[in-house]
Write a protein that binds this ligand. Sequence first.
Ligand code: FAD
Length: 106
Amino acid sequence: PPDVAQLGRSSWTLLHSVTATYPENPPRELQTETSAFLRTFSKLYPCWVCAEDFQDWMKVNTPRVSSRSEFGQWMCEAHNAVNVKLGKKEFDCNKWEERWRTGWKD
Ligand code: FAD
């Protein structure tokens, strides 16, 4: 079975990178496909307790895919929900683009 921490780091890299390259003004069809991708991803995620909790979280926190900034914020909130669950520090979501898209300035 996969290492849950290693799998998590790789998966967050993929997910945040997807939001970073998401269009500012996504066509309706892409928004639908993105929501479907997230639903499927949450079902196939190969750590069942993670997958179950992520699906429950998504029921209450419907994916916001209407723009890059909305989607990036939403993904940051999803990641923070897991951070809180694991007793980790919450990430400042004002900084998601700096972390995943434009790069740290220092
Ligand atoms: P990670 O949490 O993997 O973060 C990697 C990097 O992302 C950080 O170094 C930081 O720079 C950046 N980052 C941190 N928080 C945010 C944020 N909110 N927004 C943007 N960037 C951020 N593990 C479990 O043990 N139990 C679970 O139930 C569980 N559920 C998961 C569900 C999903 C959908 C995913 C993708 C992962 C899940 N994980 C779970 C794995 C867990 O989230 C971590 O990936 C793992 O614990 C390794 O943590 P880490 O401290 O190395 O950094």
